[in-house]
Design a protein around this ligand. Structure first.
Ligand SMILES: [Zn+2]
Length: 243
């Protein structure tokens, strides 16, 4: 019998089963409340969540005047077109409308065999630049590692940013599918905000992100390092203190 599951994935799954008091399904597709399992492979649906929208502009660059909500929507559409017909791609919003975070989570939970990528641009002290990736679920770690690697590779410079971060946010903890939140760059950094204003650069980023999604679907977590420890923490609420 040929084994279709790479040995390391089986080892990771066994390790997870041994270390969790209540192991969840061994399959890495389908809905799962905790996500204490290896990352997804072979998924067909990609939900692209353009952050902010409508009355919520997100960050606004004082260097270019661009609003985060417009850039995130542009990125979502670019990633969709890069993915072509190989995946069923769903845009959380396809126009300048506002969707509450909890409604975004509910929408994401409609699809089982899917991943969610929430797209943002950052703001902070003016010397900080470079992409960041946030995840919380164990099954989102590989995807997050790949996203951060690919965006860092596409980015010409970095300074003082947080890189890859495990953080319990409403869009990293609450969806019942693998999910990551990416910050494509700092709109508060003069040079990076001009870079993000360039359609060529956004094309390059979108193409890297689409490449990550393809690789994750084809290879699962292969080459993304050991899985993080499971954390039993409640869903994220708007009233939570920042972690
Ligand atoms: Zn944002």
């Amino acid at each position: 019998m040929r084994l279709h599951v790479p040995v390391f994935q089986m080892a990771a799954a066994l390790l997870l089963m041994a270390s969790c008091a209540a192991p969840s399904a061994r399959h890495s597709t389908g809905r799962d409340e905790w996500g204490h399992r290896p990352g997804p492979k072979g998924f067909r649906t990609v939900i692209l969540d353009a952050g902010h929208g409508g009355h919520d502009p997100g960050a606004v660059s004082r260097h270019t005047g661009q609003a985060e909500k417009d850039l995130t929507l542009d990125m979502a559409k670019r990633i969709r077109s890069e993915l072509g017909t190989d995946f069923r791609t769903i845009l959380m919003r396809s126009d300048d409308s506002f969707i509450d975070l909890d409604d975004r989570v509910m929408r994401a939970n409609r699809d089982g065999d899917a991943i969610l990528v929430s797209i943002h641009f950052n703001s902070g002290p003016s010397h900080i630049r470079g992409p960041e990736t946030y995840y919380w679920r164990v099954d989102s770690h590989g995807l997050a590692v790949r996203m951060q690697r690919a965006m860092t590779h596409a980015s010409p410079a970095e300074s003082g940013n947080r890189g890859l971060v495990r953080r319990r946010l409403r869009l990293t903890r609450n969806p019942q599918i693998p999910c990551v939140l990416i910050e494509c760059g700092y709109l508060s950094h003069p040079a990076e905000s001009r870079l993000c204003a360039s359609p060529d650069y956004r094309h390059k980023l979108a193409s890297s992100i689409a490449g990550v999604i393809r690789t994750q679907a084809a290879s699962g977590d292969a080459g993304t390092g050991p899985l993080p420890r499971p954390i039993y923490a409640p869903p994220s609420r708007p009233t939570d203190k920042p972690e």
